[in-house]
Design a protein around this ligand. Structure first.
Ligand code: NAG
Ligand code: NAG
Ligand code: NAG
Ligand code: NAG
Ligand code: NAG
Ligand code: NAG
Ligand code: NAG
Ligand code: NAG
Length: 429
C-alpha cells in the first residue's frame, strides 16, 4: 500500500520520498516480471579500521572531498542559473593547504583494500559497448570515464573509452574539469554516445572521456562516475543519464532504487525490487530545483526527543557519512549523553561506545532509526571507550538548516529515487 503524504510544494517541482520496511533477508531469485535489472554493488564498510578504530585520515579525506564536491555543485548551480545562488547557499572557500595535506594522507591510505567512498557497478558506452565500472552518485550529475588518449599512469589500470572504435560516438564542443578532495584534477574532452546500464539504453548521452587523471585514482577500482542528480548541477550542462533515459522513454517506470547494506547491495533500474522492501511506502515531497534529491520537512530525534523539525535533507549516495551545519550538529550532540567534540577542525564528535545514541529521522511520517552499526564509526583510539559519530559538523554552503545524508543514513532504508512521481523511496531495516 502506498501512502501519499504530499505530492506538491508551491513553486517547485516535487519529488516524493517513499519509505518502506525491509525484510531481514534478501532473495536472489531472478525478477522476470521486472523489465529492467539490478546492478549488484560491491560490499563496503564504513570508516572503521580492522582493529575497530575510527579511520581518521580517511575521514579527513572524505570531509575534504565532500566540501569540494558541494562547492563544485554550488558553482555549477550558480553558473546554470544565471549567476546567483538560492537564498542561504554560499560558496565555501577551501584553503589549498588543506587540500595538499589531505592529498598526502590520501596517498597513505592507498593500500586500503576496502573502498569506502563509492557504490560502483558496470555500464557500457558506445557501439560495440565498451565496459566501465562507475560510481553511482545521486549527489552529482555528470558522467565521466577515462579516455584511451589518457597518458597519466593512473589511467593504465583503467577501462578507457576509445571514441574511434565506437560507431555511435560524436565529438562535442568544450572541455570538462573537476577538482577532487585530494586537490587533484580530472579533465578531458566531451563526447556523446550510447550508454547502457542494467538493460537500459540511452542514446546521445553527453559525457566526458578524461585525459588527465591524478595518481590518487590509480588504486581506486572504479573507472569513473555516473551522476544521478538533476541537470541544474551538471558541469556538462547536459541531462544526466537517468534523466535522458526517462526523456527517451528507455524505461517504463522512471525510477531507480538503492539497497545499500554490508552485503548484497544493489542498484535497481526501472522501479523497485519488491524483494527488498515491505509496504507501506511513505512519500514525501522533495525540491529538485537546486539539483539535489532534496527532501523537505525532516525532523530528527535523539533518544525519542525531537531536536529539530522542518529542515531540509539531501540524499547523496556519493557521500560516506552525514554532515550538518555546525550549530545544528552541536545542538543534536548536546542531547547525546556523554558526547564531546573529538576533532573540532573536522567537526567530529564522540560518544561513549557502550551507549550509541538512538537517532532517527522522519519526514512527517514514520520514524526511521539509524542503527548503532551505521552511526558508530569506531573507537577514537585503540581500546578507547569513546567512539566517533557518523554525523559531522561542516558548513558545506548548503544553508544553516540542511543536512546532507550519505551512506550512514542510506544504509538504514531502501531508497527509490523516482522521476515519475518525483520520488526517493527508503525502506526500514
Ligand atoms: C582506438 O581504436 C582504434 C580503432 O579500433 C584503434 O586503431 C586505436 O589504436 C585505438 N586507440 C587506442 C589508444 O587504443
Ligand atoms: C572527433 O575529433 C577527432 C579529433 O579532432 C577526429 O579525429 C575525429 O574524426 C572526430 N570524430 C567525429 C565522429 O567527428
Ligand atoms: C593534469 O592535472 C595536474 C593536476 O592534477 C596538472 O598539474 C597537469 O598540468 C594536468 N595535465 C594536463 C595535461 O592537463
Ligand atoms: C598521449 O600520448 C600520445 C602519444 O605520445 C599523444 O599523441 C597524445 O596527444 C597524448 N595525450 C594527451 C592527452 O596528452
Ligand atoms: C556478509 O558478508 C560477511 C563478510 O563477507 C559474511 O561473513 C556474512 O555472512 C555475509 N552476510 C550475509 C547475510 O550474506
Ligand atoms: C511535516 O512534518 C510534520 C511532523 O514533523 C507533520 O506533522 C506535517 O504533516 C509534515 N508536513 C508535510 C507537508 O508533510
Ligand atoms: C588493547 O586491548 C587488547 C586486549 O585487551 C590488548 O592486547 C592491547 O595491548 C590493547 N592495546 C592498547 C593500545 O592498549
Ligand atoms: C539560519 O540563519 C537565519 C538567517 O541568518 C537565522 O534567522 C536562523 O535563525 C538560522 N537558523 C539556525 C537553525 O541557525
Amino acid at each position: 500500500m502506498l501512502l501519499k503524504i504530499s505530492s506538491s510544494v508551491a513553486g517547485s517541482i516535487t519529488l516524493t520520498l517513499a519509505i518502506a520496511a525491509l525484510p531481514n533477508c534478501v532473495s536472489a531469485s531472478p525478477q522476470s516480471e521486472q523489465p529492467y535489472g539490478a546492478i549488484s554493488l560491491p560490499d563496503r564498510t564504513l570508516l572503521i579500521n580492522a582493529d575497530g578504530t575510527f579511520n581518521h585520515n580517511k575521514a579527513v579525506v572524505c570531509n575534504a572531498a565532500t566540501a569540494l564536491k558541494y562547492r563544485r555543485n554550488l558553482m555549477n548551480l550558480q553558473g546554470n542559473s544565471g549567476g546567483s545562488l538560492p537564498a542561504g547557499m554560499k560558496l565555501i572557500d577551501i584553503p589549498l593547504r588543506t587540500q595538499i595535506q589531505v592529498r598526502g594522507q590520501h596517498d597513505e591510505s592507498l593500500t586500503d583494500e576496502n573502498d569506502d567512498s563509492e557504490w560502483a557497478g558496470m555500464i557500457t558506452i558506445g557501439r560495440p559497448g565498451q565496459k566501465f565500472l562507475v560510481d553511482f552518485d545521486t549527489g552529482s550529475s555528470d558522467l565521466w570515464v577515462p579516455s584511451s588518449l589518457c597518458n597519466s599512469t593512473a589511467c593504465s589500470s583503467k577501462h578507457k573509452y576509445n571514441a574511434s572504435s565506437s560507431s555511435t560516438s560524436q565529438n562535442e564542443t568544450g572541455t570538462f574539469s573537476i577538482q577532487y578532495g585530494d586537490g587533484s584534477t580530472v579533465s578531458g574532452s566531451i563526447y556523446s554516445d550510447t550508454v547502457t546500464f542494467a538493460g537500459v539504453k540511452v542514446q546521445r548521452q553527453r559525457f566526458s572521456a578524461v585525459t588527465n587523471l591524478s595518481s590518487s585514482f590509480a588504486s581506486d577500482p572504479v573507472d569513473g562516475v555516473l551522476g544521478l542528480g538533476f541537470p541544474s548541477i551538471s558541469i556538462l550542462k547536459a541531462d544526466p543519464v537517468f534523466v535522458s533515459a526517462a526523456q527517451q522513454n528507455a524505461i517504463t517506470t522512471k525510477a531507480f532504487s538503492f539497497y545499500l547494506a554490508k552485503n548484497n547491495s544493489e542498484l535497481y533500474l526501472g522501479g523497485t525490487n519488491p524483494k527488498l522492501y515491505n509496504d507501506p511506502i511513505e512519500y514525501h515531497p522533495v525540491d529538485k530545483s537546486n539539483g539535489f534529491w532534496q527532501v523537505k520537512n525532516a525532523s530528527i530525534t535523539v533518544g525519542g526527543q525531537t531536536v529539530f523539525s522542518d529542515f531540509d535533507t539531501i540524499i547523496d549516495s556519493g557521500t560516506t557519512i552525514m554532515y550538518g551545519p555546525p550549530d545544528m550538529v552541536k545542538d543534536i550532540y548536546s542531547k547525546v549523553e556523554g558526547a564531546e567534540v573529538f576533532d573540532s577542525s573536522e567537526g567530529f564528535y564522540s560518544f561513549p561506545c557502550d551507549k550509541v545514541p538512538e537517532i532517527s529521522f522522519s519526514w512527517g511520517g514514520e520514524n526511521f532509526a539509524i542503527s548503532s552499526e551505521n552511526f558508530n564509526l569506531g573507537t577514537t583510539s585503540p581500546n578507547a571507550s569513546t567512539c566517533a559519530g557518523a554525523l559531522a559538523a561542516k558548513d558545506l554552503g548548503l544553508g544553516n538548516t540542511t543536512l546532507l545524508l550519505g551512506d550512514s543514513w542510506m544504509k538504514n532504508a531502501y531508497h527509490v529515487f523516482s522521476l515519475e512521481e518525483t520520488a526517493v523511496d527508503c525502506a526500514k531495516k
